[in-house]
Design a protein around this ligand. Structure first.
Ligand code: 13P
Length: 250
């Protein structure tokens, strides 16, 4: 059985002390859950506090929300991989839709970030997903496959063990309108087929994200091709998150 993955993307929330308190109360209240791996993606300034709190929990991974591909230099505002690693992170999100559509990050840039992460020995969680207009125009698969191919260019061999994919339809993020499990599963199957064409082993996890909550998580995880969830809003409250990660596939 592959572990189910529950990932929390805290976006621009939870400053260091709040993040630390969340992590400590979660760590002390929720023991290791068999068959599950948890990821937390705090903001860059809260990264170290969360890594510290979870340092003795091998079932819990902590990553940055974004990284630059250059290891150092004059990139005001950016977080390098060595900086994230120095704070304790073992991975990062790449190409989240807010990076792509708010900060106008390109497909090519996501590829550079994924390659830099795996070369540095960290894990990349590459996010892909279509805009509402693209879905309505029947371009969902074309968009996701393009993002996937560009983001994973140059990944091969053992590096696949350092890659996860998150399918996040942009129209479902923060809107309360999740993709139905069947709709999500259809895109997940296409992603899996593309991953196989790119030479990835079946073990590369593919997560779903977009308005995941306590009410829909079990049904989403019940789909064979959905290996986990990437959660924004419903990951911000410690009690709610503790409940959500305890839900198993329906
Ligand atoms: P919501 O769960 O708030 O829709 O956010 C999803 C997301 O963007 C996670 O990366």
């Amino acid at each position: 059985m592959r572990p189910i993955i529950y990932a929390a993307n805290w976006k621009m929330h939870l400053p260091p002390e709040d993040a630390r308190q969340f992590a400590v109360s979660f760590r002390d209240g929720v023991g290791t859950l068999p068959g599950r791996t948890l990821w937390f993606f705090p903001s860059a300034v809260s990264l170290e506090a969360v890594c510290q709190a979870f340092r003795n929990r091998p079932d819990i991974r902590v990553g940055a929300q974004d990284v630059h591909w250059e290891p150092r230099g004059a990139f005001t505002g950016a977080t390098s991989i060595p900086l994230a690693r120095g704070a304790g992170a073992t991975g990062a999100l790449v190409g989240h839709s807010e990076r792509r559509h708010v900060f106008l990050e390109t497909d090519a840039e996501t590829g550079r970030k994924v390659r830099a992460l795996v070369e540095a020995g960290l894990t990349a969680m590459l996010c892909v997903g279509e805009l509402l207009g693209e879905r309505e125009a029947g371009q969902t698969e074309a968009v996701c496959m393009r993002q996937l191919r560009a983001g994973l260019e140059g990944v091969s061999g053992a590096a696949w063990d350092q890659v996860l994919i998150a399918y996040e339809p942009v129209w479902a993020i923060g809107t309360g309108r999740n993709a139905t499990p069947a709709d999500a599963a259809e895109v997940h199957r296409a992603i899996r087929a593309e991953l196989a064409r790119l030479g990835a082993p079946r073990s590369v996890p593919v997560l779903y994200g977009g308005s995941v909550n306590l009410g829909n998580v079990a049904a989403l995880l019940a789909e064979r091709d959905i290996d986990g969830v990437l959660v924004g809003g419903a990951s911000l409250d410690p009690a709610g998150w503790a409940q959500l990660v305890s839900v198993l596939p329906a």
